[in-house]
Design a protein around this ligand. Structure first.
Ligand code: CUA
Length: 343
């Protein structure tokens, strides 16, 4: 009976794996499929070992149990060459069956496709607590939403701007660390079909580690090209000159839109069409169900009113501390929410 709460707890934990866009058990591309294959292989071997060991243990317990009236000490066995060889050889074979494909896959998943003409190159840079994606072949940089074409290899080069983070999109690929010693990790992923796949930082990195999420949005090749064009278009600034002035002097010192602004903070080009803003929690309504999303503008207002309340420890100064009024915050949130890209 004591085990019942334990089992309930475990099933509750595992039930969180049910999200299709965040499950390594529902792979949506070749890398994740390979990883799922390894998971299945390891689990099959483990289950097989368990069945055999428990089976033998149960058989021995029943077959050789002490019967009524049986008082003599049974025959004592000390050492058996045959048995020793057997129970050394079997695990060795099992470990080899597991190790050979695992090592093969580890190298295959770390393959560098950046020289492949059909691959799309993306430089991933992790920051406390957001992700930067730049496309060196197109001169485009974005944040939080990694837009990719389906059916193509995306050649990733991963770095960090500060501490150790780890890039993980359970249903597509990962985990791959972004190292602090300057080394660049290489990985690749591919989405078989269009969709939005949730990504997470998989290395404890600070107070907002849990909110350090991102999305991979796989679109058709045609849409991808349109998105690149839209990203390269001249920046759209707030129509109201007073709002534009505040935006330029306060926001664009760190953020960028189009060809204006700086690289220190997430690029805001087309932020109105992103899947989520600031963090996943913001974008899920009270029910916590994906899809039950608040409008982007409401998220932005919540974020701008008090960034530390949303992502503790993040580097964004509170706009109010910079002297922005509620009306200005509202106007900037509206402008950003309306800044959409068509693709
Ligand atoms: Cu970044 Cu955890």
């Amino acid at each position: 009976k004591r085990l019942v709460p334990l089992f309930l707890g475990i099933s509750l934990l595992l039930s969180a794996c049910g999200r299709e866009d965040l499950s390594a058990l529902r792979p949506q591309g070749p890398v994740a499929e390979g990883q799922f294959g390894l998971i299945k292989l390891a689990i099959s071997i483990m289950v097989g070992v368990m069945i055999v060991v428990f089976g033998i243990a149960a058989y021995v317990l029943i077959r050789f149990r002490r019967k009524p009236g049986q008082n003599e000490v049974p025959k004592q066995v000390e050492g058996s060459f045959k048995l020793e060889v057997l129970w050394t050889a079997i695990p060795l074979v099992l470990v080899l069956i597991l190790a050979v494909p695992t090592v093969q896959k580890v190298f295959a998943f770390g393959e560098d496709y950046s020289k492949d003409k059909n691959a799309v190159k993306v430089n991933v840079t992790s920051h406390l607590f957001w992700w930067e994606f730049s496309y060196p072949d197109y001169g485009v940089t974005t944040a939080q939403d990694l837009i990719i074409p389906t059916g193509k290899k995306i050649a990733l080069q991963l770095r960090t701007a500060d501490v150790l983070h780890s890039f993980w999109v359970p249903s597509l690929a990962g985990k791959t660390d972004t190292n602090t010693d300057g080394t660049v990790n290489k990985a690749w992923l591919e989405a078989s079909k269009e969709g939005v796949y949730l990504g997470k930082c998989a290395e404890l990195c600070g107070p907002s580690h849990a909110f350090m999420e991102f999305k991979v949005k796989a679109v058709s090749d045609e849409s991808f090209k349109k998105w690149i064009e839209a990203m390269k278009a001249p920046a759209v600034l707030p129509e109201d000159p007073a709002v534009a002035e505040v935006f330029k002097s306060q926001c664009l010192t760190c953020h960028a839109v189009g060809d204006q602004g700086g690289p220190a903070a997430p690029n805001l080009t087309g932020i109105g069409s992103r899947e989520s803003v600031a963090s996943i929690l913001l974008n899920e309504g009270a029910s916590g169900k994906p899809g039950d999303r608040k409008p982007v503008k409401d998220n932005l207002v919540e974020w701008l009113e008090d960034p530390q309340a949303v992502k503790p420890g993040n580097k964004m100064p509170a706009p109010k501390d910079l002297g922005l009024t509620d009306d200005q915050i509202e106007a900037i949130a509206q402008y950003l929410a309306d800044y959409k890209l068509s693709y």
